[in-house]
Design a protein. Sequence first.
Length: 232
Amino acid sequence: MVAVMIAMLLAEAAQSGPDAFDRARREMVRRQIQQRGVRDPAVIRAMLGVPRHLFVPESIREHSYADQPLPLAFGQTISQPYIVAAMSEMLKPSPNLRVLEIGTGSGYQAAVLSRLFREVYSIEIVPGLAKLAESNLRAAGVSNVHVRIGDGYDGWPEKAPFDRILLTAAPPEVPASLLDQLARGGRLVAPEGADVNAQYLVTIEKDSSGRLHRSSGDAVRFVPMVPGPVRR
């Protein structure tokens, strides 16, 4: 029944324009996010405020608010809305903090983070996707996200340390280079696992003395985090 209702709203949005997309987004937040346990009011506002359809390829825009990941160019995906909201909440956002995102994709997660943090630094290894994300972010009126083409395994050392770090692709294990760039008192959230069928969300906190504290959460399925030269 929920899927049918969302599908009807999306079909209406495709034909009727922005107001219908707004209705579909509100329904997405209520049914897919709030009813599944995301409670942080700031995260709820961010999910309501970011127009996901601006970050989805036009050819599949009618699926923008469906409860599923969607394909992007270069074999990448835009994450399921619930996962975006849940991982954002796991970061324990604050408007005074700076966050590093690994894996910009089309820019949707970065746009959500832009409403939760003072500054967002986002790294994308695929130049075409980085340029697309910058264009999408401009179209959405986002001005506090800095996109860089580069290898996420290297992080962004000249801007470190970061209060929060979020990975939107899965490494076999969280790179030490990123943990080094996490501030004391900071928190990192990532999918982890070399096998796409055996990935889990992990949270790593660095205490005031620099010790790391790790916990594992739900099973997830993310594209792999690819190291090495920037891909064309």
